[in-house]
Design a protein around this ligand. Structure first.
Ligand SMILES: NC(=O)c1ccc[n+]([C@@H]2O[C@H](COP(=O)([O-])OP(=O)(O)OC[C@H]3O[C@@H](n4cnc5c(N)ncnc54)[C@H](O)[C@@H]3O)[C@@H](O)[C@H]2O)c1
Length: 360
């Protein structure tokens, strides 16, 4: 069987991680095209990764690349239009998180992919990260008894690109950017149990001059059986990327740290090149990471999606999961404004989640 042809939209941070994953770990896939707005960047990335064609117009890329699958690594506000156009033109879709900016967009994306018989594969890599998957399987064996509380933290000192800070393009700050991981992972561990309510509080404290978005948030999701999920997200936390989980059960507990546990503890007087994502200085003590892409589950995720396309399987994370996560984030923004728990289902008619917090 020939390789599955992939078109990548975007040539930034996550596109690079996907490219490394395909090249090193997904032998059944071939990236045949890349889109970037800037021709110089598109050419450079194509050359670096040995991609045959590059494009500076995403519609042209979808129409001309001959790909079976589009892998969308663009800012959040471009997700809906690119997904719909790709599905309408016969491509399956891999889409980076968060799904999109509103539930109306989510419904349109899901409906369009269904109508055209295309898969909408929602790239939540925490459902694939090897350490977290090891934990999930241990818990499924009954290691901690009945789960009554989960905690997931993802924190760093702020994103690398301007668009994240522009609420029209991102739809929200730290919660939108990283709370989607927590909510997606809670649902994955709890086997998509229904969510009863969401409570959240948030503020902007570190990037005040740069964005209207929240850069620190705490959200509590309450599931139908009373299980709690505590999501802590920050763009104000110094010292590099933090990603942790905790699972509390009636007969045990598990703690796992995605980055620190996959690194070498290093002390350097002079400093050195690269320690880990958003680490800042490497002088003094630092965590020197290895196999950063692999340990976060990106190769496993993309290999699974390519397998789904090749063998017509149902992906373990879909557009519907992305929609459910987005609904929880909308409830969190509403709660942060009102100070009250927000009951689900919750389908506000807003352009983007953060409008609920800002009272627009
Ligand atoms: N799974 C994860 O943990 C993870 C990590 C990082 C990013 N992401 C997601 O991936 C997507 C891309 O994020 P990123 O970190 O790669 O961002 P980035 O800024 O590094 O790259 C974005 C890409 O989109 C292009 N772009 C920006 N604005 C554009 C516009 N107006 N029109 C056309 N192209 C435009 C940029 O040129 C660049 O190629 C986002 O949805 C983000 O949430 C997911």
């Amino acid at each position: 069987m020939s390789k599955t042809k992939v078109l990548l939209l975007g040539a930034g941070f996550i596109a690079d991680i996907h490219l490394e994953s395909y090249k090193r770990f997904v032998a059944d896939a071939e990236v045949v095209g890349i889109y970037s707005r800037r021709e110089e960047r598109a050419r450079e990335v194509a050359k670096h990764w040995g991609i045959a064609n590059y494009y500076t117009d995403w519609k042209e890329a979808i129409l001309k690349s001959g790909a079976d699958v589009v892998d969308i690594c663009l800012p959040n506000f471009l997700h809906c239009a690119t997904v719909c156009f790709a599905a309408e033109n016969g491509l399956h879709v891999i889409l980076e998180k968060p799904l999109c900016l509103s539930l109306d967009e989510a419904d349109l994306m899901i409906e369009t992919c269904k109508k055209h018989g295309r898969k909408l594969m929602y790239a939540e890599e925490l459902c694939f990260a090897p350490k977290y998957e090891r934990v999930r399987k241990t818990v499924e064996e009954g290691a901690v008894g009945k789960i009554f509380q989960l905690r997931q933290c993802e924190k760093h000192s702020g994103p690398h690109s301007d668009w994240f800070y522009n609420i029209e393009q991102s739809g929200g700050g730290a919660l939108m950017d990283m709370g989607c991981h927590a909510f997606g992972w809670f649902r994955w561990i709890l086997k998509r149990k229904a969510v009863k309510s969401v409570y959240a509080t948030m503020r902007t404290l570190y990037h005040t001059g740069r964005t209207k978005a929240e850069d620190n948030s705490l959200a509590i999701a309450e599931f139908e059986d009373g299980t709690l999920g505590v999501a802590e997200n920050s763009w104000a936390k110094q010292g590099g990327m933090d990603d942790r989980i905790e699972i509390y059960g009636t007969e045990g507990v598990v703690y796992a740290d995605l980055f620190v546990g996959n690194s070498a503890l290093t002390y350097s007087e002079k400093g050195y090149g690269y320690a880990m994502e958003k680490a800042g200085s490497t002088k003094g003590w630092s965590f020197t990471i290895f196999e950063e892409v692999f340990n976060q589950g990106y190769p496993h995720e993309l290999a699974h999606f390519i397998d789904c396309v090749r063998n017509n399987k149902e992906p373990i994370v879909t557009g519907e999961d992305g929609r459910a996560v987005l609904e929880m984030m909308l409830a969190a923004y509403e709660s942060a404004r009102t100070g009250a728990k927000v009951m689900l289902p919750f389908h506000p008619k807003v352009k983007k989640p953060i409008d609920l917090w800002l009272g627009k």
